[in-house]
Write a protein that binds this ligand. Sequence first.
Ligand SMILES: Nc1nc2c(c(=O)[nH]1)N=C([C@H](O)[C@@H](O)CO)CN2
Length: 120
Amino acid sequence: MDLVFINGLEVEAVIGVYDWEREIRQPLVIDLELGWDIRRAAAEDNLQATLDYAAISQRVLDWVGASQFLLVEALAEELAHLIQAEFAVPWLRVRVTKPGAVAAARGGVGVQIERGVRPA
Ligand SMILES: Nc1nc2c(c(=O)[nH]1)N=C([C@H](O)[C@@H](O)CO)CN2
């Protein structure tokens, strides 16, 4: 299966379960792997035949930036639904990292989910 990927998308949002977290914006990092057969786009050298990573990145930045979830789980799930619905992606992997949540976890903490049917 081919992939279009977006790595390290940085965006701030209201996210967290504690009262103090509802009053600030915190950094998140979004990584996406989007299943897509890129052969037609490659053969035609045509953006219309593939997933436009720039357009998807902008949509994700706008949507996550306006979101106010408690859990990173909820954000990841709703983001996966949105991308599948708006961009007709058959399968995707969404990783949401909350870099500052656990100071000792230098690589951040978060969740990763896969949704949809992964083509062979
Ligand atoms: N699995 C999760 N655990 C925790 C989450 C979360 O979203 N998913 N959130 C918090 C707090 O909001 C935390 O980030 C504050 O530092 C705790 N655990």
